[in-house]
Design a protein around this ligand. Sequence first.
Ligand code: GZL
Length: 326
Amino acid sequence: MLKKVLAGLGAGALLFGLSACGGDGDSGEGGDDALVVGFAQVGAESAWRTANSDSVKAAAEAAGVELQFVDGQQEQEKQIEAIRNFITQKVDVIVLAPVVETGWTEVLTEAEQAGIPVVLADRGIEDADEALYTTRLGSDFVAEGHSAGAWAAETFGADTDFRILELQGTTGSAPANDRKAGFFDELDTQGVGYTIVDSQSGNFTAEEGKAVMETFISTYGLDDIDLLYAHNDEMGLGAIQAIEEAGKVPGTDIQVIIVDGSAAGFQAGVDGKVNYIVECNPAFGDQLMDVVAQVANGDEVEKFIAVEEGVFDSTQFEAELPNRQF
Ligand code: GZL
């Protein structure tokens, strides 16, 4: 495998010149000089995640990178085991999408001691471990929360006390922590009166999102709830099923905000069941391969590289739906 990366070539040219192919779960058929990258992915819990994995695999294939892909099944222990295997294999770069923010110090120190750079893809880790990775490529989750909060403030701002149910993402994950923080910071900054009736984790899955919403409904009813803020599409769509099974009309009896922007989420918007969508972009595979090449080459890179993403209200859902890639 390539340990000294050819200097002087642009990242894209560098990767394009390598002869290898991305693999899925084990090494591809790459040539001896292929850049070998170990990728410890969160899991396969949502359409977003699947689209992200597909984007990275396709980009690795196109760039001639030998990708060692491991599905962490949303378990930190599995990701840590994968990283240790990457270290044993002496890969050139480790890419980690950390399922949660904490618990990485020991294994990332082992990577550092092995002289293998770490790139975070998608989610982040706690600031204390900032020195243990080279860069993070992904979304600004706090900004996503602020976007959701700004729409809520605009929609309910005149109320003195609008009532919110929140479906949080995976407990301890950066998107859950930061989407929550950004949302309520926006409401507080705008001086909006609100009550958090309840806030529980649905672990970013449709099944758990629906189950938590059913518990919310049986505990509080829906007559006195103004807004559901779901940290991803899957949990929001699961909750919508629960709202309909309770005989209420999602998007009308209760306003719904979701985050990701899957085709299913936009279809729910077209159907009037979702009121606002904050996009979270999974399709950063090509950008990731460029970053990996720069890191392998020892180039200076920014500590955080934000991916492009937008926001959509009900006037935009129909036009945007055909553009959705996942
Ligand atoms: C966000 C990503 C989140 C998505 C969920 O970048 O980590 O994880 O919002 C996914 O759909 O499960």
